[in-house]
Design a protein around this ligand. Structure first.
Ligand code: ZN
Length: 160
């Protein structure tokens, strides 16, 4: 096969995988929505196999650390029997808050894909700029529109 074409095909396949995993994270976010939690869902993969899928459970558990990302890190660490998740990829529907971002760095997750941007932190230095020996590759706006829609619905429902 033509080298250039091969690269394009690989890119498209990869992009499809990323969207597919983000769709699974969105299914988790929907579960949170149904339970009247802020709709955020997270999936962690290892060798393209899902090893954790969770959603925000702050209200149900009365636990401010029960964000989808933290719960996913716990689940993945349990599965792999190590806190070092350096070969793992995280897909989360909303840009992580500083608490989760810190946990992502500490757990050494290699790659992060998120959906909607967290506008709250738009004017601040990204938490991922924090001094750290570990660099996380980050790509935002993966199915961002769908994540935003779900969050918007949640907050407008709350206001009414
Ligand atoms: Zn968080």
């Amino acid at each position: 096969m033509n080298q250039e074409l091969d690269t394009v095909t690989k890119y498209q396949e990869n992009q499809k995988n990323i969207n597919d995993f983000m769709r699974l994270a969105l299914i988790q976010a929907n579960k949170a929505y149904e339970l009247d939690e802020i709709p955020v869902g997270t999936v962690i993969t290892y060798n393209d196999i899902v090893i954790a899928s969770t959603y925000n459970q702050r209200e149900q558990t009365n636990d401010i650390t029960a964000h989808a990302e933290i719960l996913a890190i716990r689940e993945a660490s349990k599965y792999l029997k190590t806190w070092k998740l350096d070969n793992c990829v995280m897909y989360t529907t909303l840009e992580p808050c500083p608490m989760c971002a810190s946990a992502i760095i500490q757990s050494r997750i290699k790659t992060l894909y998120f959906g909607a941007s967290s506008t709250k932190f738009d004017n601040e230095i990204s938490v991922f700029d924090m001094k750290s020996n570990h660099k996380v590759e980050i790509t935002g706006d993966i199915l961002g529109e769908e994540s935003r829609k779900l969050l918007k619905n949640y907050f407008s429902k709350k206001r009414n």
